[in-house]
Design a protein. Sequence first.
Length: 245
Amino acid sequence: MTIDIFNPQISVVAKGLEGKVITIYGSNNLGKTKQSTRMKKPLYLPFEKGLNAIAGVPFMPINSWGDFKKVNKQLTKNPEKAKEVYQTIIVDEVDAFSKYATRYVCDQYDVDRIKDGNDGYGLWKEYETEVWEEINKLLNVGFTVVFIAHATEDKDGKVIPKGDKRVLAPVIDNSDIVLFLSSNGVDEDNKVIKSSAWLAETEKFFARSRFDYIDTYIEEFTAENLEKAVIEAIKRQEEAEGIQA
């Protein structure tokens, strides 16, 4: 590719979820996996079992980091062909994702675990680079990429995505939207009420969005309602800033 600063590319914004990077996190049974797999043309990559109660979802079994690398290579080597079949790539879930990568690096260097300090192993940088390269490769070809994570609390009691910081950093930093899901319990008939999604940070939990005009709360979290919120946010941006999505 010829580098010419006088002929730059111009950024554009897709009106739906296409090309967006989304992190969804929360406690169990809030619809993280179910709603993600209802997005357009999904391919589910299970680093932990999440389809036991969901039928009809295309998935690739992931039993090692090597499996993920092979799938990622097929998705990114010829992305136009892959996009004929898939639009949404779902990585479930981030903490397990990091453990697979750790084991891969340990096996590469024939050690039992990555140790801290200057004890002769010094493989954290290798691990960090390995994860970054694979994530970056996946994000650069224009799929909608959904990362699913569990929730945990930091030392101050604030709810944040669970996972090793070396993996969370490239995931969160590249996410256009980070949604925190909260439970709404059950109704008077003891049927589960769909969870709600938060798209802005509060004192109690972390969440965020790159879209200045997006609603910061989705009362009923579904794939359709998330896409609707993004479309509406971009429409507001067009009207306010005169851009053409």
